[in-house]
Design a protein around this ligand. Sequence first.
Ligand code: SF4
Length: 186
Amino acid sequence: MQPIEDELKKLNQEVMSCIKCDLSLTRTHAVPGEGPFSPQVMFIGEAPGEKEDQLGRPFTGRAGAILDDLLARAGLDRDRVFITSVVKCRPPKNRDPRPREIAACKPYLDRQLELLHPRLIATLGRFAMARWFPGSKISEVHGQVLEAGRIKVVPLFHPGAALHQPGYREAMIKDMEVLAEILGSV
Ligand code: SF4
C-alpha cells in the first residue's frame, strides 16, 4: 500500500480534475482540503466560497478568518487540523450544494476519512452534520459530542453564520471550547 501522503496527493489530483458534477463547469479551482496526515481533528465544512475558489485552499475567505479566530481562542493550531468540505467545488453565488452534487462528491470525502482516520470530527454547518446525522437540527445538537461508530463528531455552526448573524459567535466560541476540552480524551 502506498504511504498516506502519496494516496492523498493522488486523491487531490483527482479532485482538481474532477468533472463528476456541474460544479466543475463554474469553478475556478477545486478545493480538496489541506492539513497534516495525522490531524488532531478534522473540520468538514459545506463548500468552497469565492476566495477559496480563487486560491484553491479551504477557509481562506471571511469565514476562514472567523474559523482561525475560533481555533486560536480554543488553543488549537490550524497547522494541526485537517480542513475540507462536503463538496469540493464552489456552488455558483454560494448557493447551497444540491443533493446530487453532495452525492457525486461523497466518495472523495469517504476516501479522506479512510486515509486520515480521524477520531474526532467537527462538522461546520448543517450539510456536513447531515453526513452522519441527517435527521438532526444543528440548533439542537451544536456543541455536543455525538458518536458515529468509533468516531466522535461535534457539530458546530458554520463560521459563515457569524458573518450574517453576530449572535452566533458566542455559541461558536463555547462550542469550540468544548471541542478543545474533549481533544485530550480521544
Ligand atoms: S464538487 Fe466534487 S464531484 Fe462535483 S466536480 Fe467538484 S470535485 Fe467533482
